[in-house]
Write a protein that binds this ligand. Structure first.
Ligand SMILES: [Cu+2]
Length: 196
């Protein structure tokens, strides 16, 4: 009984000791490899500069916190019809960061000649396809929204005085199409969202 309890505690002593020794060796190895790395990057003598053990966790912390902040970022945009020419958007171009969430409110008010409008966001190079689709019976039966896999996001077709907020992400850099697909509008009522 006492033998078995003795050997158990002895076994656990050695396994603890091994962990401690192993940990110390790992720290020692880490200390030197960081030191060598620091020396190589700076192009200097690695040995006198072998002290970045405390600095290493700070770098890791900075690297992990930066993407988290970027993913929480939201770009808020308000679009309207142009006050003078109701067949234009008030803002023709936006520049955003690719991969960032965009929250766009389209406020169909304030135009001199109120009309139904929408905002369709579609893939780069699809402006003409969206204009054509806006005239098709299929779109007419879908509230004038093209049924196309190139459509990334859209408001519904809004009557004067209505507004709607949509959220979307432009995943990769490019010049995305922003267009009103209400019949006859898209030729003039379009713009670009530059994702960089
Ligand atoms: Cu329009």
């Amino acid at each position: 009984m006492s033998d078995s309890s003795h050997s158990e505690s002895s076994g656990s002593f050695w396994s603890t000791a091994n962990i401690v020794i192993g940990g110390a060796l790992a720290l020692f190895a880490g200390y030197w490899s960081f030191g060598m790395l620091g020396g190589i990057i700076r192009g200097g003598n690695p040995l006198p500069e072998a002290k970045p053990v405390a600095a290493a966790p700070a770098v890791i912390g900075a690297a992990t916190s930066a993407p988290a902040a970027a993913s929480n970022e939201v770009i808020e945009i308000t679009q309207k019809p142009d006050t003078v020419n109701p067949m234009l958007y008030a803002t023709k171009e936006y520049t955003v960061k690719a991969g960032t969430k965009i929250k766009m409110t389209f406020d169909n008010s304030g135009a001199a000649a109120p009309q139904p409008h929408n905002v369709v966001i579609s893939n780069p190079g699809t402006k003409d396809a969206m204009i054509a689709a806006g005239l098709s019976p299929e779109s007419a039966g879908n509230g004038f929204i093209p049924k196309s896999p190139d459509v990334i996001a859209h408001t519904k077709t809004l009557q004067p005085g209505e507004k709607e907020t949509i959220e979307f992400v432009l995943p990769t850099p490019g010049d995305y199409v922003m267009i009103c697909t209400f019949p006859g509008h898209g030729m003039m009522m379009n713009g670009v969202i530059h994702a960089q």
